[in-house]
Design a protein around this ligand. Structure first.
Ligand SMILES: [Zn+2]
Length: 55
């Protein structure tokens, strides 16, 4: 993720980020606000719930 995109995500709660599912390795998009708050995300591929621990 570029620095510019990172800044945009920080000021826009409707922004989405791409995360990689730890179960199946599939990438999917989720609201950045949920990722930042480390809320459970549902993988659309394998239907597993996971939490992304970001920086
Ligand atoms: Zn998955």
């Amino acid at each position: 993720m570029s620095f510019f995109a990172d800044v945009m995500n920080r000021i826009n709660d409707k922004a989405t980020g791409t995360v990689t599912c730890p179960e199946c390795g599939k990438k999917s998009k989720h609201p950045t606000i949920k990722i930042r708050r480390q809320q459970a995300l549902l993988c659309p591929s394998c239907k597993s719930l996971f939490v992304v621990h970001s920086k």
